[in-house]
Design a protein around this ligand. Sequence first.
Ligand code: PA5
Length: 440
Amino acid sequence: MSEIKIDTINALPEGFSSKINADGAEALATLQSQSGAGNDFLGWLNLPNEYSDADLAEIENATRVFEGCEFVVCIGIGGSYLGAKAVVEALSDSFAAFKPSKAPRILFAGQNISEDYLFELQELLADSRFGIIVISKSGTTTEPAIAFRLLKAQLEANVGKKEAANLIVAITDARRGALRQLATEEGYRTFVIADNVGGRFSVLSPVGLLPIAVAGFDIRALLKGASVMAAKTSADSDENAALTYAKARNALYRSGKKIEILVNYNPKLHFLAEWWKQLYGESEGKEHKGIFPASVDNSTDLHSMGQWIQDGERSIFETVITVEEQRHSLSIPSDEANLDGLNYIASRRIDEVNKMAELGTRIAHIDGGVPNLKISLPKIDEYNLGALLYFFEKGCGISGYMLGVNPFNQPGVEDYKRNMFALLRKPGYEAESEAIAKKL
Ligand code: PA5
């Protein structure tokens, strides 16, 4: 079976050398020995190997709760939604919303507080049978709590309180938080997010696995890919792709490249990049340090961001995800009149043209002073996505330690919440309300 590879050729700055290699080895050792900052949040490291057959059967069986549902709404934000969204989007037909489906359609809510979004969602669900997976590790996050209050009320109004309780699954802390209490009182089926697995590292926990299974995808293959990647990324060797990635991005950062753009040439990977942005942004953006994670979907963004990337400030590098094998095959037809002048590529695969756009861009960007790392993904399937998710998680842990931060906390995320609660006059925030009022 081919595997994920990373290519750093022509990308590394002068001086990518003994210091970076030593720092990478030390960061990897700290991670593997679980002796560094945030080491109480390393449950994700061995997660792919920890499921018994019974654990997986329990998740797979839980999908039956939603049999007969047209929609299942996953409610969550940040790490409690992006992993599932990334995998479901990557594996789904691009036009799944307009084609018949045996599995329920997965919708997301709680990741914003848009009145229009929630109103329109409720309108869509009004005449449909639907279920809810509500996910919050803390069980107290405002955005998902609002969405859940609305949709729970709607579901209860539609099918009655007792039947609604059968159509709701909660994924939360084992003991703490409002969601745990609510789930216990209402008698919902629940799954636990382990204490030692942080939100953005939780895609391979029930947080990601249940929605992915409900969408009809093979969570065992996903975990298998992750497990194989875990074994390949534990030792300090040139074969350790996650270590190579962490070292390369830190070498580039130290040489002044402060922004990393994750590039794809396949729109199915759009939300994979959103997941990656959270993973790296929330893990590394601390103490006024950290690479800013950005992303583009090409060719689309070559016609919007392409100019900036080619010619703008030279503070960026790119990491391109190239998908080696497509799921389908389609060639460019020949046309006798050739009015569009495309006969020179007639009978060539669309993917060959896409790959030439990718290669041409890579060469142009390198020539323009944008270092390019390349990650090769054999194809977009469960096995390879599992491997890719774990690869990025491992790379993130190593990279965060190389940067000198605790990659497993997120102190900055609390600041906006404090202000929002102060502005909304939440009980317990009286002093903050008074202080913020003076700034208005
Ligand atoms: O990575 C994280 O920890 C965060 O992004 C959380 O996942 C996010 O804030 C949602 O938190 P919770 O699951 O507690 O509602």
